[in-house]
Design a protein. Structure first.
Length: 334
């Protein structure tokens, strides 16, 4: 517990960022946010919607709950939100069924998306679980690693052609636009990974011999390493990993593998943690920033570089994870 609290603070030399004024027009853009039905994902979609993209895809496991969120967002925008954009200009927010613990579900989601949209400008890999009890996904991966890394890695792989096409279109049009992948990690968590970083022998087991936060830590470390390698392998994209801060979301309530910690943190979360509307700023900044942002980098709130842990900067480990992941995903395509 003390180790977690030690890593809850971040640097004060942040970039001022107000989503209302600092997100530019998103006209014509297509955005996909995983885990968009609550917390940081929901807040990000709310902020994006104010700037009128062509489409926002809210990817979530529970379609009915996600549709309620869409209705809430439209209600929050108000009936006059699109009055100055002309008739028929209301923001389209589409629900995309996505269960990151199932590769089959990920493929179905990617198939539907690529059938209905010919571009993707911002892919925000926001969904995640924390300190879950030992288990494996439908495809046999340790459940936190499978959800937080493998499901997102497959989704990214399947959407890469669409991302790359959007990046080429932006370069051709000369408007300075690019295609972004924003990967949510965690400061405290990626420091909590096992001493070797990734225990490859544990990844296709429940890893019951590891502590819940070690399993969570290696999944969040994987997020940072994946972003570094994705940027290196695909220089036409802008790819970053971010720490949102210590935010009051429902992640704590899902800590089935560490119930005592959940009971201790839950009562103070709403009082001591960063509110969601502030916590979303770093990932929103990373989605639209045109300066002070480097592909492959890790940023703390807001836009603070150079804070990644030693393991997150290990190129050999990043390459090993990339190769391992690519091998596991080799049979999956659209």
């Amino acid at each position: 517990m003390s180790f977690i609290l030690k890593h809850l603070t971040t640097d004060k030399a942040f970039i001022p960022f107000d989503p209302t004024t600092d997100i530019p027009s998103l006209q014509g853009k297509v955005i996909l946010v995983t885990g968009g039905n609550n917390g940081l994902g929901k807040q990000s979609i709310c902020e994006f919607a104010r700037h009128r993209p062509k489409q926002i895809w809210l990817a979530a496991r529970n379609v009915a709950a996600a549709q309620k969120v869409v209705d809430e967002i439209h209600a929050a925008l108000g009936p006059d939100a699109d009055a100055d954009a002309g008739a028929g200009a209301a923001v389209r927010i589409l629900v995309l069924e996505l269960d990151l613990t199932s590769f089959a579900s990920v493929k179905r989601a990617a198939q539907r998306f690529t059938t209905e949209s010919d571009r993707l400008d911002i892919l925000m890999l926001n969904a995640g679980i924390m300190a879950a009890a030992p288990a494996v996904t439908e495809d046999g991966y340790e459940v936190q690693f499978g959800t937080n890394h493998m499901g997102h890695a497959l989704l990214t792989k399947l959407l890469l052609p669409t991302l790359q096409r959007s990046a080429r279109d932006g370069a051709r049009d000369g408007d300075g636009a690019d295609a972004r992948v924003v990967v949510l990690s965690s400061r405290a968590a990626h420091f909590l990974a096992p001493k070797q970083g990734i225990c490859f022998g544990s990844l296709k087991t429940p890893a019951a011999d590891m502590k819940p936060f070690e399993r969570y830590g290696q999944s969040k470390l994987a997020n940072v390493l994946f972003a570094r390698q994705l940027a290196a392998h695909h220089p036409g994209l802008t790819v970053v990993s971010v720490h949102p801060g210590v935010v009051s979301t429902n992640l704590v309530n899902g800590m089935s593998g560490a119930p005592l910690v959940a009971r201790l943190l839950s009562p103070v979360a709403n009082y001591c943690f960063t509110p969601v509307n502030q916590g979303a700023k770093n990932q929103l900044w990373a989605s639209v920033a045109t300066s002070n942002i480097d592909s492959g980098a890790y940023y703390e709130p807001v836009g603070v570089p150079g804070k990644a842990g030693r393991l997150a900067r290990n190129e050999d480990l990043a390459k090993e994870l990339w190769d391992w992941t690519e091998n596991e995903l080799g049979a999956w395509s659209l």
